[in-house]
Write a protein that binds this ligand. Structure first.
Ligand SMILES: *[C@@H]1O[C@H](CO)[C@@H](O)[C@H](O)[C@H]1NC(C)=O
Ligand SMILES: *[C@@H]1O[C@H](CO)[C@@H](O)[C@H](O)[C@H]1NC(C)=O
Ligand SMILES: *[C@@H]1O[C@H](CO)[C@@H](O)[C@H](O)[C@H]1NC(C)=O
Ligand SMILES: *[C@@H]1O[C@H](CO)[C@@H](O)[C@H](O)[C@H]1NC(C)=O
Length: 485
């Protein structure tokens, strides 16, 4: 071995001995988390998703429940995890016994194989649109879960928290931030508890929603390129709504008596369809500004330093409620089938390239359900409106609206789009491409340059064997064998 090589090998051995692996995931790891939601009709294989996360250097995820399927795939991955307890379980968690059971089944049973850091108790439970439904249960549930974590002996490393929407605080200027008057009491109780137990405050901040909710919102202020700024007291200037919003929270925490409470951004991102401002170009601009800002570790005026951030979200989810808006199903940095939508650099260095896609994705046959206008002439068009309405109500027509990717279709293709989305969602069942005889199955790709007519994936959840650990499968086979012989 040449002396230089020998020297390098020696250095490598030293690094390995110190537990540092040279040029491995750690060198490409980015200090960013992502939200991994699963409100999809067709699921990707969680083990392939975990492989993709690691390939992209993403070592932190936030889930909305504790489904053993994705959690199983995260075991031994080294990925740090935030598990969620859905709002509809909050009431049950007001009983300490139930909280103990949750912790036993969904946390301690995995031992060290799961790198659990946080338990998110509820999800945005104080949203105004919930009419106060979770007002009484959230804080008792939070306290019970933390107590159960403490008593299970993992409370030092695993902290319970509550991800909240930015509408829990108000303020015309960042320095005037305070909790919303109708929930001030419960918020103050909550943040004091978090402070006393070393738990972080988790907040979801969406510049896109600021823009969506008000026609008067200054467009440039939603981004990070300094096209617009606002003035706070004392000559402080904010050049983007993300920082201004964050500091409004910091002011509210100070007023509540916990000025130093750690803050995590639980969700931030930009959708790519379903609204005139939701498209890949603006999403890319937003992420570019955000990621570069985060890389500088400069923080905000009131909180300097590194920020802890989870992007929203990983994939487009076609079963999300569109009550907040049609864009809800288009938040993914990856598509429904696990492909990157645009180039980005998660490290914020600006070396944009396509993220690694999820591999091993299998598709249904290359066929589409389209409107048969010959049939329509015979059958009469009177049955059409009802059928389109049906297709859109059960399928997904969120890309057809004003300013969206499929808004430019002619009337005929528009109908085809609705029919095809329903057909694909129904796993290309021939009965799902009838529509009173107005539809037909075609093997010609119906997509246009702007508008993708998707072909669905084969859902990993429909392959039953994959949902069972090998041991129980073996047991089932043995039992079956015993029964027949
Ligand atoms: C564990 O988490 C799963 C998934 O969120 C949930 O369905 C289950 O009820 C939890 N277990 C307990 C004992 O609460
Ligand atoms: C909240 O109240 C509004 C108006 O009364 C109602 O339409 C809505 O369904 C309620 N939402 C919930 C979650 O109870
Ligand atoms: C396309 O379909 C959508 C949803 O059904 C509808 O709102 C829109 O008006 C249609 N556009 C055309 C050109 O028919
Ligand atoms: C159909 O065409 C679109 C647009 O060219 C393309 O992106 C898509 O991959 C094609 N679909 C299939 C299943 O080949």
């Amino acid at each position: 071995m040449a002396p230089l090589l020998r020297l390098l090998a020696g250095v490598a051995a030293l690094l390995l001995a110190a537990g540092v692996s040279p040029a491995s995931a750690s060198s490409s790891a980015v200090d960013l988390g992502v939200n991994w939601g699963s409100q999809c009709t067709h699921q990707l294989d969680p083990s392939e998703v975990v492989r993709m996360l690691k390939a992209n250097g993403i070592m932190k995820v936030k889930l909305f429940d504790a489904d053993p399927w994705p959690v199983g795939a995260l075991l031994d991955s080294g990925i740090e995890v935030m598990l969620g307890i859905p709002n509809d379980m909050l009431e049950a968690m007001t009983s300490y016994g139930n909280a103990e059971d949750w912790v036993a089944e969904n946390a301690t049973s995995y031992g060290d194989r799961l790198k659990l850091r946080y338990v998110a108790v509820g999800n945005e439970p104080f949203l105004k649109s919930y009419n106060g439904s979770f007002m009484e249960t959230t804080v008792p549930a939070l306290k019970n879960i933390q107590k159960a974590l403490d008593e299970a002996g993992i409370g030092d490393t695993v902290k319970a928290t509550v991800p909240l929407n930015a509408d829990v605080y108000v303020g015309d200027k960042p320095s005037e931030g305070k909790f919303r008057p109708d929930i001030d009491g419960v918020m103050t109780d909550m943040v004091k508890f978090m402070h006393d137990h070393g738990a972080p405050f988790v907040v979801n901040i969406y510049p896109f929603l600021s823009l969506y909710q008000s026609d008067n919102f200054p467009f440039e202020f939603a981004f990070f390129d300094g096209g617009r700024s606002i003035q706070d007291n004392g000559g402080v200037s904010y050049s983007n709504v993300f920082d201004a919003n964050y500091d409004t929270l910091v002011s509210a925490l100070k007023k509540a008596g916990v000025p130093g409470l750690k803050v995590i951004i639980g969700e931030v991102g930009w959708p790519t369809d379903g609204n005139k401002n939701a498209n890949p170009k603006l999403a890319r601009r937003f992420y570019d500004g955000l990621l570069k800002k985060l890389a500088k570790n400069e923080g905000t005026h009131l909180r300097q330093g590194k920020m802890d951030v989870y992007l929203f979200g990983l994939f487009d989810e076609d079963m999300k409620s569109i009550a907040p808006g049609n864009f809800e199903r288009h938040w993914g940095i990856l598509t429904y089938d696990g492909k990157p939508k645009f180039a980005m650099d998660l490290s914020g260095k600006g070396n944009d390239k396509q993220l690694t896609a999820v591999s091993g994705v299998e598709y249904l046959p290359k066929q589409w359900c389209v409107f048969d206008d010959e049939a329509a002439k015979e059958e009469g068009k009177d049955k059409l409106p009802g059928n389109i309405q049906y297709a859109c109500a059960s399928g997904d027509c969120t890309a057809l609206g004003y300013g969206c990717s499929c808004n430019g279709l002619d009337e005929k293709s528009n109908i085809s789009y609705a029919f095809n989305m329903y057909f694909q969602m129904q796993d290309q069942d021939v009965r799902a491409c009838d529509f009173d005889g107005l539809a037909t199955i075609s093997d010609k790709n119906a997509s246009t340059k702007e508008c993708l007519f998707p072909v669905q994936i084969i859902s990993a959840a429909t392959v039953p064997a994959r949902r069972w650990p090998a041991s129980s499968l073996l047991l089932a086979m043995l039992v079956a064998h015993a029964l027949v012989s």
